[in-house]
Design a protein around this ligand. Structure first.
Ligand code: DQA
Length: 151
């Protein structure tokens, strides 16, 4: 049976395609989802791909992942830089986490250069656009193959 990975997207990522294309590219969230699902198939994973603008909903999904999923890929959007609640949830569930960002958060505004999510993440992929989601899948497949930390 293939491992299930939750791919969680935070606020304003539903606006991809329209939102600041010079920074985030022209692909929509549906395009990202298709890429991620195709990559998951190639790497023997199943994904549950979601987006929410609501911090508490993301916290609920992280909690829900415990016992259901084997790992979490998360682009928490702006909550990356503000949310102790999402960090606490990620640390509470103890699943492997790969953090992803479309843009390179380290060459942007100073407030984007700190990530609470990173404190719970095995690794971070940023600045590679939509391709980063495929790389996150590959990284998660590696982690799950070598990790004893399986649900
Ligand atoms: C983002 C970077 C964040 O700083 C920003 O708030 C987002 C998107 C990215 O994917 O590059 O919403 O996470």
């Amino acid at each position: 049976m293939s491992s299930l990975v939750y791919v969680l997207n935070g606020p304003n990522l539903n606006m991809l395609g329209v939102r600041e294309p010079a920074i985030y590219g022209t692909e929509t969230l549906a395009d990202l989802r298709a890429r991620t699902e195709a990559a998951a198939t190639r790497h023997g994973l199943t994904v549950d791909f979601r987006q929410s603008n609501i911090e508490g909903e993301i916290v609920n999904w992280v909690q829900e992942a415990r016992g259901k999923a084997h790992g979490i890929i998360i682009n928490a959007g702006a909550y990356t830089h503000t949310s102790v609640a999402i960090l606490d949830a990620l640390q509470a569930v103890g699943l492997p986490v790969v953090e992803v960002h479309l843009s390179n958060i380290f060459r942007r505004d100073e407030f984007r250069q700190h990530s609470y999510v990173s404190l719970a993440a095995t690794g971070v992929i940023c600045g590679l656009g939509a391709k980063g989601y495929e790389l996150a899948i590959e990284a998660m497949a590696n982690i799950l193959n070598t990790s004893t930390n399986k649900a």
